[in-house]
Write a protein that binds this ligand. Structure first.
Ligand code: SF4
Length: 326
């Protein structure tokens, strides 16, 4: 049984500025997350990757389909099962400043869920647990950080604290949404290493959401990658195989667009793909057929009318009519 599963999940919102119109943020998405694995979810902004993360932590509920935790639909969990799920699946947000209460010290913020859920007996025990965790993730001496307010810390320190907050409740899955995009480049690797270490040491699964293929490859080097485009998953495979030989034309173009200064990523092997357009179509007025067809250099008549389904190809899944021939 998978730790978490999204089954035919669609999420539709009312368009904010256009009355009566709908935004299909996710469409018929299927994804299983196994215990201890890392799945990187990549795509350009507006592709639905953050919505996917928010469905996993139940901030958004599927308009259609199901989100399952240990095989059970989130909507059919008992109160106690739901409490365990809320502790078991944690999220790290991109904006560490917004994610921490500015009026509380770090200790006040982080000890609250520990006390509320009776994971510790009292404040002293919470202090001990958090101090140990802070030392482990390089916030030394812990007391200095626990007594501070969020604005007294740097972005990198706050992101570490968010990781500590997620780890403190002993989760089985952490959904990390662009966790290093607002952090100095020099600190990114150390944060990614901390997450990789937590994955190895505690067997915590990670869903790592990003638009940055370099960091996706770094953290999920033994995991899988899911590629999103306009609310659909268009490719899912082991990350190494997918990056070495992308199957879907969109993923091919995405890899080819990575500057060659990042030699670890593509080793210059992936040729540029001459896209017909650089603009992503609007998610409100998505094109018919394959959503990538207005940009795809291989598109034929069928691509413009019939939406391709995900199907097996080279050990993974790809949604493209012509993947065998291109
Ligand atoms: Fe391109 Fe057609 Fe494949 Fe879509 S289905 S990615 S338009 S070749």
């Amino acid at each position: 049984m998978s730790l978490m599963e999204l089954k035919d999940v669609s999420v539709t919102f009312d368009a904010e500025q256009r009355k009566g119109q709908k935004v299909r943020a996710l469409v018929g998405l299927n994804l299983k997350i196994e215990p201890g694995e890392i799945v990187a979810v990549v795509g350009e902004s507006g592709c639905g990757k953050t919505t996917l993360g928010k469905v996993l932590v139940d901030i958004y509920q599927p308009t259609e389909g199901q989100a399952l935790y240990n095989g059970k639909d989130l909507r059919s969990l008992t109160k106690e099962e739901y409490r365990k799920y809320r502790l078991g699946v944690q999220m790290i947000h991109q904006d560490s400043y917004a994610a921490l209460n500015p009026n509380r010290t770090i200790f006040q913020s982080l000890s609250l869920p520990l006390l509320q859920h009776k994971l510790v007996k009292n404040k002293d025990e919470a202090w001990g647990l958090l101090s140990e965790l802070f030392e482990e993730i390089g916030l030394n001496p812990a007391r200095l950080f626990l007594e501070k307010y969020p604005h007294q810390l740097s972005g990198g320190q706050r992101q570490r604290i968010l990781l500590a907050r997620a780890l403190s409740v002993r989760p089985s899955l952490i959904v990390a949404d662009e966790p290093v995009s607002m952090v100095d480049v020099s600190l990114r690797i150390s944060l990614l290493d901390l997450m990789a270490r937590a994955n190895k040491k505690y067997g915590i699964s990670f869903v790592y959401i990003t638009h940055d293929l370099g960091t996706a490859r770094y953290i999920a080097q033994h995991g899988r990658i899911a590629v999103m485009y306009l609310g659909r998953m268009v490719e899912l495979n082991q990350i190494q195989a997918a990056l070495d030989k992308p199957a879907h034309p969109y993923f091919h173009a995405l890899i080819a667009a990575v500057p060659e200064a990042d030699p670890t990523l593509r080793g210059g092997k992936i040729a540029q793909l001459p896209l017909k357009s650089f603009d992503m179509p609007s998610v409100i007025n998505a094109p018919p057929g394959c959503k990538f067809h207005p940009r795809c250099p291989y598109a034929n008549e069928r691509c413009g009318t019939e939406e391709p389904k995900l199907r097996e190809f080279r050990g993974g899944l790809v949604a493209c009519h012509l993947v065998e021939t291109i």
